[in-house]
Design a protein around this ligand. Structure first.
Ligand SMILES: NC(=O)C1=CN([C@@H]2O[C@H](COP(=O)(O)OP(=O)(O)OC[C@H]3O[C@@H](n4cnc5c(N)ncnc54)[C@H](OP(=O)(O)O)[C@@H]3O)[C@@H](O)[C@H]2O)[C@@H](O)CC1
Ligand SMILES: Nc1ncnc2c1ncn2[C@@H]1O[C@H](COP(=O)(O)OP(=O)(O)O)[C@@H](O)[C@H]1O
Ligand SMILES: [K+]
Length: 510
């Protein structure tokens, strides 16, 4: 799914109106219907709904929602942030609302602001994608007034005051703090970035039927990865496939006290479909790995507590995943350097391997092009330094990806994957239950297995991140987010593959 800019969304709106039998007012009604349905599926029957509307089309959406809710028996009140001019569709919706004999409260001055009882649901329809400057004056005062209340706020399209893309110059207090944001048709870039998550709450994308052909032809550097996207990439097992068909993955992981990282990565590689999995770890891990992952082969290393010394022959492995729990001992760093110097295929580089490499820029040339690097934000900051805001961070992410010609997976909610061609893919799966030690090791195992199976590095990075998050969502549904532990993720990977298979089958012609 594409992530479009505010300008492109406006064009998609216009194109849809011009090329489909739908007026702009009817498109607004369709958007409002989606929002109303989302609200009524969750609202208690007696909850009053107070809609705060602006004078553009976002306000028009709000007025249509108020009318629809009123029609379904909800107690609604409408407050319009006063202005001299209205968009045509906003004005039409004002007229329709008033035609029902309902009154509208106009807010021209701070003294017009109503006290907000805590039991009302506030619908924020002040500004959406048409925001063209940071809020100030009366609008900022109203936003502050609403934020100071204890009422729940649902934002239509965007929390008012938040720009679709670049919020580096924005003012935190002048943005609505919503509990839920109903993004129309497509997610917006700013909704996927961490800086303003306290303003966005939970994001929900509601389809409103914008013209898909037009969207398909729009250029964007940003994608939001969905089940349908991943199903198109997924290659089901072949009937006559054998273990050689699905590649041999090598997991280089573990040290004394961190052998769990090797176990997690190895088990994830096995569950992610590699034909064969070998694990290279310190000697103290030999029995542990043979016991916890008997399907994998364990290679012996001369290091008792951590990896060191001579590296094995690497040509047999279609992919290597290195770094989970290896530590940063000098001997291990040298061992890592040897692996990098003797392996030319794309590999997966995580955790301590990233930490070692962050201090060794002279080795960056040894990283095979198209490799997948998987830093969490702290690890990324060791490479890229500090960033001032999300926009700056995305720039640093792109810069590193281009410089190394590698795929950089910046982990977190809506994990962002920067590709060397300048594209950035945001993940749609996963949950805060995955914020638990070892989740990242599991991802490394998955990515290594996908590379070993012959997926291109770009595809492996996207598919692997999506599968990891999907498994996390299944595990959270089963155990609850708090009780989720990293080893659950591998156990639920099969659900992800099954979902991909089902989706692929539904879209096939046979
Ligand atoms: N596919 C779609 O796109 C669909 C879009 N739809 C909806 O339309 C929304 C976009 O509508 P929109 O373009 O009318 O812009 P909107 O966000 O209402 O604001 C514009 C108004 O705000 C004003 N203004 C701006 N900044 C300001 C500030 N800081 N402080 C004060 N005023 C400020 C600006 O006035 P001016 O700049 O002239 O002063 C103008 O009057 C979109 O988010 C979605 O909800 C759906 O109905 C159907 C499908
Ligand atoms: N709030 C969240 N929402 C979605 N995914 C998350 C969230 N928190 C963590 N994750 C995922 O969990 C994994 C954590 O990785 P990492 O920090 O490397 O863990 P560890 O080093 O303990 O293995 C990442 O893939 C990340 O995207
Ligand atoms: K809004």
């Amino acid at each position: 799914m594409k992530i479009l800019s505010a300008a492109q969304i406006r064009l998609a709106d216009q194109y849809t109106i011009a090329h489909e039998p739908i007026s702009s007012l009817a498109l607004m009604e369709r958007a409002a219907t989606q929002c109303t349905q989302w609200l009524t599926a969750r609202l208690r029957p007696h909850t009053p709904v107070w809609v705060f509307a602006g004078t553009g089309n976002n306000g028009g959406d709000g007025l249509a929602i108020a009318r629809q809710l009123h029609g379904q028996g909800y107690a609604t009140a409408v407050f319009v942030l006063g202005a001299a001019k209205y968009s045509a569709d906003c004005a039409a919706n004002l007229t329709q609302y008033e035609a029902l004999g309902l009154s509208i409260n106009y807010l021209h001055h701070i003294s017009d602001f109503p006290p907000i009882p805590p039991n009302v649901l506030v619908v924020d329809a002040l500004f959406g994608s048409g925001l063209n400057r940071p809020c100030d004056g009366l609008a900022a005062a109203l936003i502050e007034h609403l934020n100071a209340s204890r009422a729940n706020i649902v934002a239509i399209d965007l929390p008012s005051g938040l720009f679709c893309e670049d919020n580096s110059q924005n003012i935190d207090e002048n943005i609505i703090a919503a509990g839920h944001t109903l993004s129309l048709h497509l997610p917006k870039l700013a909704l996927l970035l961490p800086d303003y998550q306290h303003k966005i709450g939970q994001m929900h994308v509601l389809p409103i039927g914008l013209n898909e052909d037009f969207i398909k032809n729009q250029h964007t550097d940003y994608q939001f990865i969905t089940l349908a996207d991943c199903a198109a990439m997924y290659r089901p097992r072949q009937q006559f496939g054998h273990k050689g068909t699905y590649g041999h993955a090598l997991v280089v992981a573990g040290s004394r006290g961190k052998m769990g990282a090797a176990v997690l990565a190895t088990r994830a590689s096995l569950r992610a479909g590699a034909g064969l999995v070998s694990v290279l770890t310190a000697e103290c891990g030999y029995t542990i790995l043979q016991t916890t992952a008997p399907e994998a082969m364990t290679l012996l290393n001369e290091g008792e507590n951590y990896l060191q010394g001579k590296i094995p022959e690497l040509t047999a492995y279609q992919a290597i995943g290195v770094g989970c729990g290896i530590g940063t001992e000098t001997e291990t760093a040298m061992f890592l350097g040897e692996i990098l110097g003797n392996y030319q295929r794309p590999m997966v580089i995580d955790a301590d391997a990233l930490n070692v490499l962050a201090t060794r820029p002279d080795w960056h040339g040894l990283i095979p092009a198209q490799s997948i690097l998987t830093p969490h934000p702290k690890e990324f900051s060791r490479w890229a330094g500090r960033w001032d805001n999300d926009t700056h961070k995305l720039q640093l992410l792109n810069d590193l990806s281009k410089k190394l010609q590698c795929h950089i997976v910046l982990k977190g909610a809506y994990t962002a994957i920067a590709h060397p061609n300048g594209q950035v893919t945001f993940n749609s799966t996963g949950n805060a239950g995955m914020a638990t030690g070892g989740s990242g090791d599991t991802l490394t195992g998955i990515l290594t297995a996908l590379l070993a199976q012959g997926y291109t590095p770009e595809t492996a990075s996207i598919l692997g991140v999506w599968l990891h998050g999907f498994a996390g969502d299944c595990a959270a549904a089963h155990y609850g987010q708090e009780a989720l532990i990293a080893s659950d993720l591998a156990e639920f990977l099969g659900e992800g593959f099954k979902a991909l298979g089902k989706e692929k089958q539904q879209n096939s012609l046979l």
